[in-house]
Design a binder for this molecule. Structure first.
Ligand code: NAD
Length: 469
């Protein structure tokens, strides 16, 4: 059974202990992840700190290392994607897409030129320039649902900007990230990229380390709030990409046969384990019956299975805790009078599978509607007045994404503007345009990832003010 090592100061290291990582489709061990000891966390941060000055001084070396990282990912796409599929559960073709996206992200930053410094004054007396400086050591902490692309979206811009990095993947899916460290070992100078693994306590030690100047985090709102509070001690900068409870609004003129497939995948891709999946579906009452029928038909022909089976459309939940949470939300919805139109059960056999489930008869006040389910269960709620649907969509502590579905594009756009969400779509959900910043409103996050604004989050301003003799 393969043991995956940590990457610290350019060396692969075993941990003091190793944790078995289970395949959620079979509940069999995929491999063992080294768990970083307290001393190894400190060692990784110290290595990143030591490597910082040299790395920050050579932008050309940074760009060429990022290009090389893209090539390494491309050469090893199959191996990385199979490991993602096995530890996370997703169909292999989607995992292949994730690795291709990560390679494209490295390529993008390899070619990226940071905007020039802003010259504020340049005359006989003064030269005043606004420049950007990297922070130093950045801690990147990632979740289990899309492990590689979510890390590379942090790693590539952070390293491009001149920082060094210590990354910690989720304890549920550490293997693909540790494999990435192994593959990139010789691409970056020792200490520039360090990868450690372990549970939340390792993440906590890393995030509180005094040499860590910036934390870039993707994960749950609860952990994000802890990091925010913890960062106050020494005013660490941080970017938080947190959970969501995205609403989709289907207006009375929508073409149900034309949009049902996109709505289904907007909710169920990766078995619903997507931060900005559709998690509440509001539909005009005239279309309610036809939309339920279309979604039920699609759900019932969905092939659930092992991600390595090419016919699989939906894999399992990634871990037992998440399966138990989804089951508990469905059980609670039943006690509140929910109608389960299809699904609602864990199928017989091994694995953390749950049938794609379409629910109605519940609304605000029920946990399945109010909270983030992060699983293949979609509550559908009828509305009569679109103003009421907008109000319900916005009546949430979350504000990650939201969408409007209508044939009237102008009306859709006007409604999208009124949805309190960082990503607002018309007639689609999930697409992230390259170059666009991604960030949540309200409790869904702080700051941005992606695009120029996301890039600038990895540096801080410095005003250079020179008195000319
Ligand atoms: P989580 O918050 O439980 O864990 C995320 C990471 O934080 C893991 O690596 C974990 O070990 C670490 N961690 C846990 N406690 C910590 C602590 N006290 N200090 C430092 N690190 C700690 O989240 P999860 O369950 O792995 O991920 C699912 C969540 O992530 C969902 O809410 C989902 O919506 C969200 N998510 C958001 C985005 C986005 O871009 N906004 C993308 C993907 C997932």
């Amino acid at each position: 059974m393969t043991r995956y090592a940590l990457l610290i100061d350019g060396q692969l290291q075993p941990g003091e202990q190793a944790d078995a990582v289970l395949d959620p489709a079979t509940e069999q061990t995929v491999g063992y992840a080294a768990r970083a000891s307290h001393a190894q966390v400190d060692e990784a941060v110290a290595a990143a700190h030591k490597a910082f000055a040299g790395w920050a001084a050579d932008p050309q070396a940074r760009r060429s290392a990022l290009a090389q990282a893209a090539a390494v990912l491309r050469e090893n796409t199959q191996q990385i994607a199979e490991l993602i599929s096995r530890e996370q559960g997703r169909p292999l073709r989607f995992a292949l897409g994730e690795v291709a996206g990560a390679a494209a992200t490295f390529d993008h930053y390899a070619a990226f030129q940071a905007p020039p410094a802003e010259v504020l004054r340049d005359d006989e007396q003064r030269l005043v320039r606004i420049e950007r400086r990297p922070f130093g050591v950045v801690a990147a902490i990632t979740p289990w649902n899309v492990p590689i692309i979510l890390l590379v979206l942090k790693l590539a811009p952070a390293l491009h900007a001149g920082n060094t990095l210590v990354a910690k993947p989720s304890e549920h899916t550490p293997l693909s990230t540790l494999l990435l460290g192994q593959l990139l070992k010789d691409v970056f100078p020792a200490g520039v990229l360090n990868i450690i693994a372990g549970d939340g306590s390792v993440g906590e030690q890393l995030s509180k380390h005094p040499e860590v100047r910036h934390i870039t985090f993707t994960g749950s709102v609860a952990t994000g709030k802890r990091l925010y509070a913890g960062a106050a001690d020494d005013l660490k900068r941080l970017t938080l990409e947190l959970g969501g409870n995205d609403a989709a609004l289907v207006l009375e003129d929508a073409d149900i046969p034309a949009i049902a497939e996109a709505l289904f995948w907007g909710a169920f891709w990766n078995s619903g384990q997507v931060c900005f999946a559709i998690k509440r579906l509001y539909v005009h009452e005239d279309l309610f019956a036809s939309l339920i029928a279309a979604l039920v038909a699609r759900a019932e022909k969905t092939r659930l299975g092992n991600g390595l089976d090419p016919l699989t459309e939906l894999g399992p939940l990634t871990n037992r805790q998440q399966l138990e949470r989804v089951k508990a939300l469905v059980a609670d919805a039943r006690t509140h009078g929910a109608i389960i139109h299809t699904g609602g059960h864990q199928p017989e056999g091994p694995g953390y599978f749950f049938e794609p489930t379409i629910v109605s008869g519940i609304g605000a006040g029920v946990a399945l509607v109010d909270e983030e389910q992060f699983g293949p269960v979609l509550p559908v709620i009828a509305f009569r007045d679109v103003e009421d649907a907008i109000r319900q969509a916005n009546a949430s502590p979350f504000g990650l994404g939201a969408s409007v579905w209508t044939r009237d594009i102008a009306r859709g756009e006007a409604i999208a503007r009124r949805l309190d969400a960082g990503l607002a779509w018309v007639n689609q959900h999930l697409e992230v345009q390259p170059g666009a910043p991604k960030g949540g409103h309200k409790s869904s996050g702080l700051g941005y990832e992606g695009g120029l604004r996301g890039y600038e989050a990895f540096s801080e301003l410095q005003v250079i003010n020179i008195a000319r003799p």
